[in-house]
Write a protein that binds this ligand. Structure first.
Ligand code: CTP
Length: 401
């Protein structure tokens, strides 16, 4: 998504300038062409040579530098950028832009660009809470500038509170969002992901191989496209995607409750979770002992609720998307599930095929729609599958008005 994008990375003078180095590395790794502008104070914290070496481009520092002007020029930097990201953005820098002051290369470039601008402020907690700073940020937010709020923590100045620059990975996610068309703005999306765990006793459970990767990628993509996203997830090893509200559950019964609580005002419900079909009839309150040479203890199973089928049955005005994990007769099984569970779309994958399935980063899916059509996509990264699905969902919502 950042491949070939021209990004201006602005570094202003705060101790968090060193994190700008890591952000630059991530941007370059993601395929962006990055041009760094440093304020005079920023150069007190990190040398331009560090940014120059990692970006592979000259670092811009002076507004009136004849050599730099000839090479690229500040207006040219502003014109050619797809995105400006300022990390860290000091209170001083935000204040200057809010007041219309352009007295160095960075502020001039911000004022001169028509590209989206993302500020990642970092400062002392008292400066952050100062109504003057807050008013300046609000002024810029109202004008369409993007802000990524600082996080709480121990600050370099010794105070504890809000003011830390978020992780570079979080800033990268926000950059991707700023460059994504907001096709799901104002929409609420509920995604389920991961396996469920059905407890046998306090130490053992029944589950499956789902890693949650596909559902998490869909939740992340929906957020990038502007949706308000809730991710109902069974236990898995993934971190909550940026901007997404995570509701962690364990069993199918808990997942059902969470999903029903969340779908009230949803526009899209995506059931990517691998829900266990059965659970032990009774959960032993103490660890079951194997005993000596005794008979194998029986575990009697009962059916779990089928959450997707229940949603399909009482379906309201949302787009309902099911998933199907198959190992054989994919088309026949997928069409039968689509119909039986009253879905609008069903995303089927053959989990036994190479490059597909639970723990890998790629997937090859066929998407069936209720009008009888289907699209078979090539084997793609799960992020790419998620992007394509979001495109499809947005198209369907658009067509439905
Ligand atoms: N699903 C669900 N609740 C269940 C079982 C499945 O909501 N108790 C949903 C899954 O989240 C998925 C779809 O139903 O969106 C299909 O799940 P899958 O495991 O492929 O199929 P099952 O319906 O369980 O049928 P089978 O196991 O017989 O293939």
């Amino acid at each position: 998504m950042l491949q070939g994008k021209r990004i201006v990375l602005g570094i202003s003078g705060g101790i968090a300038a060193y994190k700008g180095v890591e952000l630059l590395r991530l941007l370059v790794k993601a395929g962006a062409e990055v041009h760094v502008i440093m304020t005079r104070n920023a150069q007190e914290f990190v040398t331009p040579l560090t940014f120059q070496t990692l970006s592979g481009n000259p670092v811009h520092t002076d507004l009136f530098n004849l050599y730099q002007e000839q090479e690229i020029g500040h207006i040219s930097l502003a014109d050619r950028a797809d995105l400006l990201v300022i990390a860290p953005a000091t209170a001083n820098l935000v204040g200057k832009i809010a007041g219309g002051i352009a007295d160095d290369l960075l502020t001039t470039t911000i004022m001169a660009t028509k590209a989206p601008v993302l500020f990642a402020p970092a400062m002392n907690v008292n400066m952050w809470e100062n109504p003057i700073y807050q008013r300046n940020q609000q002024t810029l937010t109202d004008l369409g500038y993007h802000f990524l709020a600082p996080v709480r923590g121990e600050l370099a100045c010794g105070w504890e509170g809000e003011g830390k620059l978020p992780d570079p990975q979080r800033i990268l996610d926000e950059c991707r969002r700023c460059l994504t068309p907001q096709r799901l703005a104002g929409r609420k999306v509920v995604v389920t992901a991961g396996p469920t765990r059905e407890e046998i006793d306090p130490v053992r459970y029944l589950s499956n191989h789902s890693s949650g990767k596909m559902g998490y990628a869909i939740a992340a993509a929906a957020w990038r496209h502007g949706a308000d996203v809730t991710l109902v997830s069974g236990p898995c090893a993934l971190a909550a995607p940026a901007g997404v509200r995570l509701v962690a559950v364990d069993s199918a019964v808990a997942m059902r409750k969470a999903v029903l609580d969340e779908t009230g005002s949803a526009d899209i419900v995506v059931k990517a979770a691998a829900v266990a079909d059965y659970r032990p009839k009774q959960r032993a309150s103490q660890k079951m002992k194997k005993g000596n040479d005794g008979p194998t203890p029986p575990v009697e199973l009962v059916r779990n609720p089928d959450i997707l089928a229940e949603l399909g049955e009482g379906k309201r005005d949302y787009l309902l998307v099911g998933f199907a994990a198959e190992t054989n007769d994919l088309e026949e099984n997928a069409r039968a599930k689509l119909q039986a569970k009253n879905c609008d779309l069903l995303v089927a994958n053959d989990v036994s095929a190479e490059g597909c399935g639970f723990e890998v980063d790629t997937n090859q899916v066929t998407v069936f729609s209720k009008d009888g059509r289907n699209e078979k996509w090539p084997c793609l990264g799960k992020d790419e599958v998620a992007e394509r699905l979001i495109d499809l969902f947005a198209g369907q919502l658009g067509a439905a008005g």
